[in-house]
Structure formats: C-alpha cells, structure tokens
Design a protein around this ligand. Structure first.
Ligand SMILES: Nc1ncnc2c1ncn2[C@@H]1O[C@H](COP(=O)(O)OP(=O)(O)OP(=O)(O)O)[C@@H](O)[C@H]1O
Ligand SMILES: CC(C)(CO)[C@@H](O)C(=O)[O-]
Ligand code: BAL
Length: 286
C-alpha cells in the first residue's frame, strides 16, 4: 500500500489505476481504525479492483468545544490494518493540503432536510463540514463507489442526498454497524471511556433493541418508549442528547403508519458523546 499526502500524488496514483482499467472504491475515515473501518475496506476490496482510503481529521466538522485536538491519531497502526483489509492507496492530507486557502472563505456544501435535527441540531455546522470535506474528497479521488458505515446513519443519508443533488456519478454503499460482543457499536471515541463507563455503555444498544421489539409487538407510543429508555440511560450514568424514532428513508419523525423505521440516539457519558441507531422494517421479520 502506498501512502500519499498531496492531492497531486493522489491523482497520479488513481490515474494510473484507471489507465489499467481498474474500478476505484473509496473509504473516507478520520483514522484510529477498528474492525468497523476494516469491514468497509474489505467490502471495498470485494467490489472494486483498487481501494483508496483517506485519513483526515476534518476541523470543519468539529464544534469549538468538541474533541478535535484530542481525537486519536494512530497512523502506523492504521496503515497495518489497512494493508490487512486490502487497501491499495492511503491519502493522509494535512489541513493545509485540504484547505490551502484557509477554512473561513472555503466554499461550503449544505444539505437541507436530512441534515436537520438529531446530530445536526446537537452539532451546529457539523454536517456542512462533513458534506464539504466529502465533496472535496470525492472530487480529488473521483471513485466509482464509496463506502460508509450505517453507524453514522444520518451522515449516510446526508451523503446519499449530496451525491444525488449534485449529480456525482458515485455509487454510495452503506455497511452494517460492527459491534463488540456486548453490543456496543465500535467507535474511535470508545477509547475515551474508562473501565466503569465501558461496562455500562452496552445499555445504549440494549435499549434500542428493546424499543424495536416493543414496536414490532405493536407499541406505537414512541414518546413513552423514549422516556423509558432515557430513564435506563440516566440510571447507567448517561446524559441523553437525543433519542428519536424516525422514518428510515426520509429521516422525518415517524408516524404510527410508517413501516421502515430507525431509532437514533446520542448520549454523553462524562464528556464522551456516543451515537448509535437501529433500523428495521416492520414487514420483514426481525
Ligand atoms: N462500528 C462501525 N461499523 C461500521 N462502520 C463504522 C463503524 N464505526 C465507524 N464506521 C464508519 O467508518 C467511517 C469513518 O468513520 P470515523 O473515522 O468517524 O470512525 P468512528 O469510529 O465512527 O469515529 P467516531 O469516534 O468519530 O465516531 C464512517 O463511514 C463510519 O460510519
Ligand atoms: C466521512 C468523514 C470521513 C468525513 O470527515 C467522517 O465524518 C467520518 O469519519 O465519518
Ligand atoms: N463519525 C463521524 C465523524 C464525527 O463524529 O465528526
């Protein structure tokens, strides 16, 4: 696997792969890779001949009081995991390479609708930062397909909308969330948890499963289910950020008639904010 830091080197390497007739798959990340990222790269290697990954901790998508500075940077270990998963080219630009004219005057990409509410409400500007950097990365790599995790369910919806609305000829593939044995969704931010916090963290996914089971059994009082789950989160030491039942395609608040649902949550434990979600179809047995 080759690692490049400049857009010029990236374009040259991708052009060579194209000249060899290869299909290009792209997996953007912020690094500190775990088995969830590896699953995306492995899927990319199954679907295309040449796999490009990026590691860039994008300042534009972090709020002023968020964890930009402490976000874990583990390049050597990440490179080993990428090689093992089948990556051919790693792009690791620095902030000056991504934003050579500074971030203040940077053209921004804003995706209305699906960016609003949920993480969009809790993290103002976050999805504009994500949509902007992903648009830039897509233009730099020009992949045939790009792979994202369903763990960031709203982000995936934002990117699908962005690609549709800006006529980008890129197929977007969403991959299921990879979890620890106890159900906790793998996330780089799990590394911030102390032992006691890590022990209680699986309560998040457990309550999502309990809510989904209740809805499948006919419960349609979503507010009641949310209140019960939030009590369990609070009892475990979490401060709820949001917990909502939405229609899975549009992300609008769910009605009792909707069949494709997603329950999404964000919650703080100490200063660590975790997200998770569970999508299900009432017409498909669970
Ligand atoms: N557990 C997981 N299973 C599958 N995909 C995942 C998982 N965690 C992250 N991803 C995906 O990996 C890609 C890069 O995500 P990112 O580098 O932010 O990882 P992360 O572990 O989610 O970090 P963070 O702590 O910022 O949430 C995204 O498409 C994201 O949805
Ligand atoms: C898609 C992404 C790499 C853009 O910075 C980031 O939001 C992430 O890691 O999910
Ligand atoms: N995984 C989404 C990137 C972020 O939290 O900023």
């Amino acid at each position: 696997m080759n690692t490049v830091k400049s857009v010029r080197e990236l374009r040259a390497a991708v052009a060579q792969a194209r000249a060899e007739g290869k299909q290009i798959a792209f997996v953007p990340t912020m690094g500190n890779l775990h088995a969830g990222h590896a699953a995306l790269v492995e899927k990319a290697a199954q679907r295309a001949d040449f796999v490009v990954a990026s590691i860039f901790v994008n300042p534009l998508q972090f709020g002023p009081s968020e964890d930009l500075d402490k976000y874990p940077r583990t390049l050597l270990a990440d490179q080993e995991k990428l090689v093992e998963a089948g990556c051919h080219l790693l792009f690791t630009p620095d902030v000056e390479e991504m934003y050579p004219h500074g971030m203040d005057g940077q053209t921004r990409v804003s995706v209305p609708g699906v960016s609003e509410g949920l993480c969009g409400a809790s993290r103002p500007g976050h999805f504009e930062g994500v949509a902007t950097v992903v648009s830039k990365l897509f233009n730099m790599v020009q992949p045939d397909l790009a792979i994202f995790g369903q763990k960031d369910f709203q982000q995936l919806a934002v990117i699908r909308t962005l690609v549709r609305d800006l006529n980008m000829p890129i197929q977007i593939i969403g991959e299921p969330t990879v979890r620890a044995d106890d159900g906790l969704a793998l996330s780089s931010r799990n590394g911030y948890l102390n032992t006691a916090q890590r022990e209680v963290a699986p309560v998040l996914y457990r309550t999502l499963q309990e809510m989904a089971t209740a809805i499948r059994a006919g419960e349609r009082d979503y507010a009641k289910l949310v209140a019960v789950a939030q009590q369990q989160h609070s009892a475990a030491g979490f401060s709820p950020d949001y917990l909502e039942v939405r229609e899975a395609n549009s992300l609008r608040p769910a009605t009792s008639d909707d069949r494709r649902l997603v329950i999404l949550l964000a919650a703080f434990i100490g200063s660590t904010r975790l997200i998770d979600n569970l999508a299900f179809d009432l017409d498909t047995p669970g």
